[in-house]
Design a protein around this ligand. Sequence first.
Ligand code: TXA
Ligand code: MG
Length: 344
Amino acid sequence: MNTEILSIYGISKKEDIENIEKTVNILDNGGLVAIPTETVYGLAADIYNDYAVKNIYQAKGRPNDNPIIVHVENLEMAKTLVIGKNKLFDNLTKYFWPGPLTLICEKSYNVSSIVSGGLSTVAIRLPQNDIMLNIIKKLKKPLAAPSANLSGAPSPTSSKHVIDDLNGKIDCIIKSYDCKIGLESTVLSIVNNEAILLRPGSITINMIENVIGKIKISENIFKEVSENQKVISPGLKYKHYSPKTNLILVQCNLEKFKFFLKTKENFSLLSFTKELEKNNFPNINIGCLDNENELNKNLFNCLRLIDSLDCKVSYFRLDEKIKNYHAFYNRVLRASGFEVITIE
Ligand code: TXA
Ligand code: MG
């Protein structure tokens, strides 16, 4: 398939408007378009076109029991997708939408079981990106959109990542700015008016608890799902974000880490700014240890770059501080397949 690459850097210039019209047309005709959001690029299809939604699973190689987030333009559109009254929904959307918070709600008959992966619930989010919002507004329909990467690979934070993964497999890729946040949205289930965090993101536990009080945290956020375990969010079962290089996390301080590396060969490093810079190891700088936003923004790009260093393993020092960066910690643990060496 020939994938059309369309540049869209805003919503008001003539070229932008023309290209937005083109993408709306492609979506309205059952095509797939990769669109930037504030978190990561999404692979979008019209939620009312079953054929198009099935093609999302096909293009990504996504297991078909893993449901897809639906993106809406406003609250009114969101309400057509859910049933029942939910106080948490009203409170949370007031504070955090548009933004990187996905809410899992009881679904209405408008949402097909292909979108919901056979579940009775639907994941909804109102993104904070003018291009995405403008496309939904013109299409007048919600968009189903998982992250626009091959299943299992790091999520795409730039149009280059999408092109690397999906060129030739989908109808169109929007070429635009890199994503502002760089990690996917926080996923919170509010089914039966009970809030359970399923995936940490840049809307933090604290921020949510400040609005609705204490929430539950899924036990699998920092822990591997065991075989045959039943999970609320099917995405938790699958391998995620993994580079081809074997990523190993080493939990210790910098001194011990240097000592550890002396005993190793043929490795690369994912390292913090100003750490280990004077050494001649093949090295990818992930940002300053003290700057959580910077680390979030760089992670997926760095995970993709690791493979270009062509080493068998790559080590990343798991500093104690990282455990407080919930979204980042959750992603590196999964990227490493929970492979952690602890040096006391
Ligand atoms: O920031 C984001 O959330 C990005 C952008 C494109 O919006 N999207 C994204 O989608 O990360 P995806 O499909 O890569 O991750 C969605 C996660 C999956 O782990 C999936 O299992 C879970 O949300 N999910 C979706 N619908 C669900 C549902 N009804 N119940 C439980 N979990 C659900
Ligand atoms: Mg994904």
